[in-house]
Design a protein around this ligand. Structure first.
Ligand code: PLP
Length: 407
């Protein structure tokens, strides 16, 4: 009889030759429990998803309640479905007044696809500006605006007319012209190893887009919902995008994404052709019910307000000669080491000792720290102790471990 692990390897499509192969049976709060009952602290929130931790009772209740009422009824945009309406209303209420029309998708990449199409449709232009190091998802359109050639070369041809510029490099803003439909930027770059733009750069970017009639798209799929210490990361820069992209934590653990724009821009999707951008499951009622409950919990429990203090605690605890730099904002941090080999050994040791962390798709020598926002001081202290022990042990005995490189 095959084990679950063997079946997983045999029948489930694999994305690497070196899957982690951890087998979890349940998860609660900041912990995930394996088949032997061992608890692991989730220091990466399933890559930016579990901002409220696992199994928040109000979110679980909302899922059950909505599943009992109805699940799928019709493709997105035709029927008036209470969870979609209430969720959009709540999102709009916490956003700047211009961002008042929400298009729900199934995932982050689909929010990216929708936003790129909307920008082309609204402006009548074809060119796009994106950023070096960017990650926006794995579908063809999202891949086209990814700033890492290694991931793209096998999949060409991709979308034409895309210019890549460097974050914080003002002269390159000249590449944004009257021919540019949109600029797409992660408000804080995630998979590049957490890169935070300068406030002055963000203002100049906004200005250049407004001057040229280019739509500015902020991808906050990883950075929103309190992760950086503000409800939305663009609040750090006092700059409002024309289109905002959300996913990951948006659904409180359920799959849903969104692109959000002013209603007059979004109106471009209504004609020429009608039904030119549709989705069957986008804004699934159960996912929207979960997302609404998650947003209410986030706001009611003031989780965002505690994030800066937790960041300060991590920065104060993680001090070691092997740490070259800690980049990021709030609980969206990258701890940089000399090499991938060292980083990998430290990560492996942390996982062995019950703390789940990871490296970044486009930055293999930095460790990801993005725990659920609910993590307590004590839980954070324990995780930091495990990381410090791992750094100590691996800097004293540096051997090259078999690689599970994603890069
Ligand atoms: N944009 C950013 C900034 C992301 O971090 C991700 C996923 O990691 C995506 C887009 C793609 O989202 P999804 O995996 O839901 O398609």
């Amino acid at each position: 009889m095959l084990t679950l692990r063997q079946l997983f390897l045999n029948n489930n499509a694999q994305t690497t030759h070196f899957p982690l192969l951890l087998e979890f049976e349940r998860a609660e709060g900041v912990y995930m429990y394996d088949s032997e009952g061992k608890a692991y602290t989730d220091l990466i929130s399933g890559i930016g998803v579990s901002n409220l931790g696992h199994g928040n009772p109000k979110v679980v209740q909302a899922v059950k309640h909505q599943a009992d009422k109805y699940m799928h009824l019709m493709v997105y945009g035709e029927y008036v479905q209470t969870p979609q309406v209430r969720f959009a209303q709540k999102l709009v209420s916490v956003l700047p007044s211009t961002l008042n029309s929400v298009y729900f998708t199934n995932s982050g990449a689909e929010a990216v696809e929708g936003a790129l199409k909307l920008a082309k449709r609204f402006t009548g232009r074809q060119q796009i500006v994106a950023f070096k190091g960017a990650y926006h998802g794995s579908t063809h359109g999202a891949l086209s605006v990814m700033g890492n050639e290694e991931f793209k070369q096998a999949y060409r041809p991709l979308l034409p007319g895309i210019n890549f510029i460097s974050l914080n490099h003002l002269p390159e803003l000249d590449l944004i012209t009257e021919q540019t439909a949109c600029v797409i930027l992660e408000t804080i770059q995630g998979e590049a190893g957490i890169r935070v733009p300068d406030a002055g750069y963000m203002r100049a970017l906004r200005e250049r887009c407004s001057q040229t009639g280019t739509l500015l798209i902020f991808d906050e799929i990883q950075a929103a919902f309190g992760r950086t210490g503000k409800l939305f990361a663009f609040e750090h820069f006092n700059v409002v995008p024309d289109i905002l992209l959300l996913a990951k934590a948006l659904g409180g653990g359920m799959p849903v994404g969104a692109f959000i724009a002013p209603v007059n821009i979004m109106a471009a999707l209504k004609e020429n052709p009608i039904l030119g951008h549709i989705t069957t499951f986008g804004g699934h009622p159960v996912c929207c019910a979960a997302g609404l409950a998650a947003l209410e919990v986030l706001l009611e429990e003031n989780l965002t307000e505690q994030v800066a203090k937790k960041e300060a605690f991590i920065r104060q605890r993680l001090v070691h000669p092997a740490i070259k730099q800690i980049r990021g904002k709030g609980l969206m941090l990258a701890v940089e080491f000399e090499s991938f080999e060292l980083n990998k050994k430290i990560i492996d040791r942390c996982i062995h000792n019950g703390v789940i962390t990871d490296w970044f798709l486009h930055c293999s020598n930095a460790m990801r720290i993005a725990p659920p926002l609910i993590i307590t001081g004590q839980q954070l202290a324990h995780a930091c102790d495990i990381i410090m022990e791992a750094i100590d042990s691996q800097t004293h005995t540096v051997q090259i471990a078999p690689s599970r490189s994603r890069v």
